[in-house]
Design a protein around this ligand. Sequence first.
Ligand SMILES: C[S@@+](CC[C@H](N)C(=O)[O-])C[C@H]1O[C@@H](n2cnc3c(N)ncnc32)[C@H](O)[C@@H]1O
Length: 402
Amino acid sequence: MYELYPYFTNDGSVGLYSPKDDDIYHSTYGALSEAYEKFILPANFDKYFKTNSDIKILDICFGIGYNSKSFLNYFFENFQKKLSDINTTIDAIDTDNKFCKIYIKAVDTDKNLIYLSPFIRTDKKFIFKNRIGFENEKISRLLNVKIKSKYKYNRFLNIVLLKKIIKSCPEIFEDEEFNKILRDKKYRRFLDQKICRIYEFYKIQGCKNTLLRRSSAFLHNIYYRYLSKSYKKALKYLKINDLIFDVNIDDARRTLLYDKNIYNYIFLDAFTPAKCPCLWTVDFFKLLRKHLDDNGMILTYSNSAAVRNAFIQAGFWVGKIYNKESDKFMGTVAAKKLELIKNGLSEYDLGLIKTKAGIVYRDENLTLDNGAIIAAHEKEVANSSLMSSSKFIKTFRGAKNV
Ligand SMILES: C[S@@+](CC[C@H](N)C(=O)[O-])C[C@H]1O[C@@H](n2cnc3c(N)ncnc32)[C@H](O)[C@@H]1O
């Protein structure tokens, strides 16, 4: 049976845990904050939209969609406002003067998570007890007493997302597993109940029966009036921007092999290389390179030496993501042009890449399962004559006196 393991992270947005991988999908620090700080702020969209009006984003491991949702939120808050500077009507913009075309390709193997993305709460302000929907000591210990939200997510974007998902996957209404999750009482507090009602409205609207039609009209009046501000905003947003949301429920390797798009930004948010190496191999990165615009960027949260080395071997320039808030480097950026790398790798990072820790994962035909990739990697590490990372760290610190 399909189960979710949700909890409220420290910024009031919902995060998930995977018992199978004993890994979190989202950091306890804050699922929304993490998306902002690791993917959106380092992408430098301000610079991008100075010279571009269209954008193509590939969101690998979309999950419940924080990275794409944060992008839409950031776009709406920072660039949508420019519309008010354009002295024209919405209709005119819509017909002859499209402000921006946004194309987002969302890829994940788990359909339930993609479907759930518009329903997930991002705005919990106070929780007095029970922040976590399951038993987990390790996660509980990392949760603060108080919620501290840093970024505000405009909820109406969830209506936009819901409409897009319904359009792309009309089978959502018939999907028993997913609809069971929505009805399950234990998940209720983690889902936005207003979005659930809008979903019910769309579901009923599809039926021909008059009785259902009447109840649909009833729901329409109640919820749309109730939500009218958000709803109108959502409609306006849908109209002004040409937003294509392309849902792909499949292995990211397969999706990309058949994809012809070139992307301006690629968000890579897979589980760690030790859990999901198939999306961190040098061979997958070579495929990503073919799909990246010459001025494009790949962003990921990983600091792994093996990942950085795989990017280098696949022909990228590689740098680190600097986080102003914490004054720390917390991820990796890869690009085809050196000038796009703001913070290059340090002497320490480059040294680590040359140790056993930098040995890359391989998957030549892009078909191996994670177990086979891990086994081959372990063998290569065991047979390698490279220095161990611990010895390198000790020597490096000794030499630098740190
Ligand atoms: C760390 S979570 C991503 C979190 C996500 N970005 C979000 O905002 O919720 C990793 C995701 O990778 C997905 N995944 C695992 N293997 C995959 C594969 N081979 N191709 C595509 N997605 C995969 C999982 O279903 C999971 O949703």
